[in-house]
Design a protein around this ligand. Structure first.
Ligand SMILES: [Zn+2]
Length: 167
């Protein structure tokens, strides 16, 4: 197999996975979830699926991508998704993007974008705009730092712990 053929096959695989994520998202609507679906793949195989379960589980963080990454970590018995691809029906929101960074995924593949989500009434673009254009003082929630003398105590304990598991 030539390098070119392999590259074409990888593109085909991504399209197949993305179609699956879109089908998950569409089915999610019929099952009482939000219109988002995602999966995690590794070494050419799907590891775990996830759909949006915000309203059905009363969990504002139960986005499809977070659900898929949680399930993938359980499946692979690890907290690192290094070497994995996160495939999602829609561009990840800032929370899911950050979660993917924390999970160390190698790549994100998505179909619809934040503008498509905005048309359907979702706040992804609005939150991106907060991060990219608005100072925190203009945000709809108050963020307050109190400068306590023991503020670094947890980090001091962490740095001093010799048997810690870095992540
Ligand atoms: Zn999200």
């Amino acid at each position: 197999m030539t390098a070119h053929t392999q590259e074409v096959n990888i593109q085909d695989l991504k399209r197949t996975w993305l179609d699956e994520a879109i089908a998950l998202a569409t089915n999610s609507v019929a099952n009482g979830g939000g219109p988002f679906g995602a999966l995690v793949a590794k070494d050419g195989e799907i590891v775990a699926l996830g759909n949006n379960r915000v309203t059905s589980t009363l969990d504002p963080t139960a986005h499809a991508e977070v659900s898929a990454m949680r399930a993938a970590c359980k499946e692979l018995d690890t907290f690192s998704l290094e070497g994995c691809v996160l495939v999602t029906s829609c561009e990840p929101c800032p929370m899911c993007l950050s979660s993917a960074l924390w999970a160390r995924v190698d790549r994100i593949v998505f179909a619809a974008d934040r503008d498509d989500a905005a048309v359907a009434g979702f706040d992804d673009r609005k939150f991106y705009d907060l991060f990219e254009k608005q100072p925190a003082s203009k945000w709809p929630l108050a963020i307050e730092q109190l400068d306590l003398p023991n503020r670094t105590a947890p980090f001091d304990a962490w740095v001093a712990k010799t048997d810690r598991i870095d992540y």
